[in-house]
Design a protein around this ligand. Structure first.
Ligand code: GLA
Length: 534
């Protein structure tokens, strides 16, 4: 993969007052000075090289609802199936897998090995299951000696061998926690882990989880793709609304540090969990979308209410989160009860606006165009992303009514149409073929990628460097594109062959690069094949 380091312009921002909330299970969170991140130049962003998560990652992680128990293969597969059948997959959710919950041990030879009692298909088997469903595989580990529960080994001193193992298991996303790291230098540690991931050769989303410790927003874009900005949003099993709102406000202050491929992560979502009302679900989801936060669901997908599904799959709201410009919105006005969130320009020239009512009574809030940086004389259209209604043309501004705990999530545009940005869904991320024949053959397998957004995308461009036995062509059929993978077995020796295919694309309205698409191709050759390999 070509290395191209992009130095982002120096960003100066006002003094940040980051509030460190004590994490739930007593991991040490040393006090930070309030000058965190102030006047820090934004670091080099490596993510544009690998093209990973140029819009915030979407998926599901077990911790919020299940904690360590009862995580096992059966549960994760049930969740994967529910992710597909509920419609979440079709709305863009892709990364899924176990968090802490003893899925691996360290063997005497230092290598990690699957806990086969809990994961009888092996962690690679689980990964294949997930990939075949058109989803991406997420795993969890820790940068210290043990994971937070101390039940699983951490990576300290084993960084390179562990990252190789995760690559062998075919992980696409690794969350790396910061428990049991006494005496470790945080920047050096996560840099080593990044180097180890790079050396392992598999493109992987690196999710740093130090709960804001070490001010990751100041440096982590060079070594990862997202970093937790706050402590855990809740203890397993029960959401905590007040706590979640503190996380939102702490994360909001860090808007300047987020962008394509490098995201502030205010933690997994609590929408749909016990302890949150339908209104709060909607408000929470809107805040996470406005902040371009990773949309990692944390509820039990097997037993969601219709309302939760509707909230989590609202494509108009998701479009705000998945906007190709990747700008994190922020608060531009508040009286302590009502807040106005904006400064989130979108790919088509429109902008996202949110009015949040944390009071006990319904309110009417006027939003005047100049507050949004729009000329007072302009005439705009306003799309309500929850009622799915458009008002306009409106002169001067718009007035919204907002119930307690509720939000108005809006898109404001001088045009009357509100296109959705690309939201990518795959039928599979794994092509697995096998030959038992001595005579040369052409084998083929297809992968279809569909855009749930408004536009037909240009043709995906397949990256260079495919092995000689594999060729890939792409054909377009409206919003779907099919990757035809042709394998020529001539001259291949007995063995297992593997390739990772990368494809790139550009969002046509903004001209911004889209997240690179990666999928795996496996070939098993059971006996040597005659002929000359290409
Ligand atoms: C930490 C993380 C959580 C979860 C647990 C697992 O608390 O912040 O998100 O991964 O560890 O032990």
């Amino acid at each position: 993969m070509k290395k191209r380091w992009l130095i982002v312009a120096t960003v100066f921002c006002g003094l940040l007052f980051y509030t460190a909330f004590a994490p739930s299970r007593g991991h040490s969170l040393r006090a930070q000075s309030p000058s965190s991140g102030a006047q820090s130049p934004a670091p080099a962003v490596h993510a544009l090289d690998d093209g990973l998560v140029l819009t915030p990652p979407m998926g599901w992680y077990p911790w919020n609802i299940f904690g360590e128990e009862p995580q096992n293969e059966k549960l994760i597969k049930e969740i994967v199936d529910a992710l597909v059948s509920s419609g979440l997959k079709e709305a863009g959710y892709a990364f899924v897998g176990p968090d802490e919950g003893i899925c691996f041990y360290r063997q005497a030879d230092g290598r990690l090995t699957t806990n086969l009692e809990r994961y009888p298909s092996g962690l690679r088997g689980l990964g294949d299951y997930i990939h075949k469903k058109g989803l991406k595989y997420a795993l969890y580990t820790d940068a210290g000696t043990r994971t937070c529960s101390t039940a699983m080994p951490g990576t300290k001193g084993h960084e390179f061998v562990d990252m190789r193992q995760f690559a062998e298991w075919r992980a696409d996303y690794i969350k790396i926690d910061w428990c049991n790291t006494e005496g470790q230098d945080i920047v050096k540690t996560y840099t080593t882990l990044h180097d180890a991931q790079h050396a392992a050769g598999r493109p992987v989303v690196h999710s740093l989880c130090s709960w804001g410790e070490g001010y990751p927003w100041r440096w982590a874009a060079a070594v990862g793709h997202l970093w937790r900005t706050t402590a855990d949003i809740c203890g397993p099993g029960q959401a905590d609304w007040a706590r979640a709102m503190r996380m939102a406000y702490a994360n909001e202050k860090l808007a300047a540090f987020a962008g394509p491929g490098h995201w502030n992560d205010p933690d997994m979502m609590i929408a749909g969990m016990p302890g949150v009302s339908e209104t709060q679900d909607r408000s929470f989801f809107s805040l996470w979308c406005l902040m371009a936060a990773p949309l990692i669901a944390g509820n039990d997908l097997r037993s969601m209410s219709k309302a939760t599904i509707e909230t989590l799959t609202n494509l108009e709201a998701i479009g705000i989160d998945q906007d190709p410009l990747g700008i994190q919105g922020r608060i531009i006005w508040t009286d302590g009860t009502i807040s106005l969130w904006a400064e989130k320009p979108l790919f088509d020239g429109s902008q996202a606006v949110l009015v949040f009512n944390q009071g006990r009574h319904p309110v009417e809030k006027r939003v005047a165009w100049p507050e949004l940086g729009v000329d007072a004389a302009a005439v705009c259209y306003v799309r309500n992303l929850w009622t799915h209604e458009t008002a306009g043309p409106l002169a001067e501004g718009v007035t919204v009514s907002v119930a307690p705990d509720d939000v108005a999530l809006l898109r404001v545009s001088t045009k009357g149409d509100f296109p959705l940005p690309p939201i990518i869904v795959a039928d599979s991320y794994l092509v697995a073929l096998r030959t038992t024949d001595k005579a040369p053959q052409k084998l083929s397998g297809e992968i279809t990628i569909t855009n749930k957004g408004s536009a037909e995308l240009p043709l995906w461009k397949v990256g260079e460097g495919l092995p000689a036995w594999l060729s890939v062509t792409v054909a377009k059929n409206g919003k779907s594109q099919t990757f035809a993978n042709t394998i020529s077995t001539a001259g291949l020796k007995k063995g297992l062959y593997h390739a990772v295919v990368r494809a790139d694309n550009t969002e046509p309205v903004s001209g911004k690069p889209m997240s690179a698409l990666y999928y795996d191709v496996d070939l098993e050759v059971t006996q040597g094949v005659r002929g000359q390999s290409k």
